[in-house]
Design a protein around this ligand. Structure first.
Ligand code: CA
Length: 229
């Protein structure tokens, strides 16, 4: 059975154009034309991924994202207007996995979707090796669970993969481009602000015990020092 993608987009032209390409790529496509309908369908029909336009006629896309995230970890790819930098950043903060800027190349959109699905379907690397522990932070790749001092922390798939990549390379600095490649699957230099926003989210969710350290001008790393600092 084809994997179903939900597109929440009020503009019929864009929605049917995207639908065409996604169906050609082998996906089943469901469409919602309003935010309210989108939230309802997201929860009722469990799509494998949601394409979410930020500019909707009833509730705005960021609020739609928040409402879906309240109960679901489904990957969300935002569609944004070219210059809405603030929206992109807020969107990632409220739990979107990535964004595509309009106007987009439909082939690139399909490639981006496949990358996200591959990352979410594959067990995290090192899954057979038992949990990674650093200070009070414990990450179980096989179950995709994170606990801090025994308290479960709910992370989005991208936040999880990011923390996992850094924990696996303890003490080693990973650049933003390396993290984009490992976690988002980009083989080209993408928008590195995506990495910064996700690190900020990790820190907010994990709190003072977050072991991720900023190495200014280079990237990020985790170290034992950070966990006890
Ligand atoms: Ca729109």
């Amino acid at each position: 059975m084809a994997e179903r993608i939900l597109i929440i987009e009020d503009e019929a032209n864009i929605a049917s154009f995207v639908k065409l390409y996604l169906e050609k790529a082998g996906f089943a496509v469901e469409r919602a034309a309003t935010g309210t309908d989108g939230v309802a369908r997201a929860l009722a029909s469990s799509p494998v991924l949601i394409l979410l336009d930020l500019n909707l006629p009833d509730i705005d896309g960021l609020e739609v994202c928040r409402r879906i995230r309240a109960t679901s970890q489904v990957p969300i790819l935002m569609l944004t207007a070219r210059d809405d930098d603030i929206d992109k950043i807020v969107g990632l903060e409220v739990g979107a996995d990535d964004y595509v800027t309009k106007p987009f190349n439909p082939r690139e959109l399909v490639a981006r979707i496949k990358t996200i699905l591959r990352r979410t379907a594959a067990p995290a690397p090192g899954g057979e090796r038992g949990p990674l522990v650093l200070g009070t932070v414990k990450i179980d790749a096989a179950r995709r669970e994170v606990t801090v001092a025994g308290r479960a922390v709910q992370l989005t798939p991208k936040e999880f993969d990011l923390l996992h990549a850094l924990m696996e390379h303890r003490g080693i600095v990973l650049t933003r481009d390396q993290l984009l490649e490992r976690v988002w699957g980009y083989t080209f230099a993408g928008d590195t602000r995506t990495v910064d926003v996700h690190v900020r989210q990790l820190r907010r969710k994990i709190g003072d015990e977050c072991p991720v350290v900023t190495v200014w001008g280079v990237g990020y790393k985790v170290s034992d020092d950070a966990a006890v600092a």
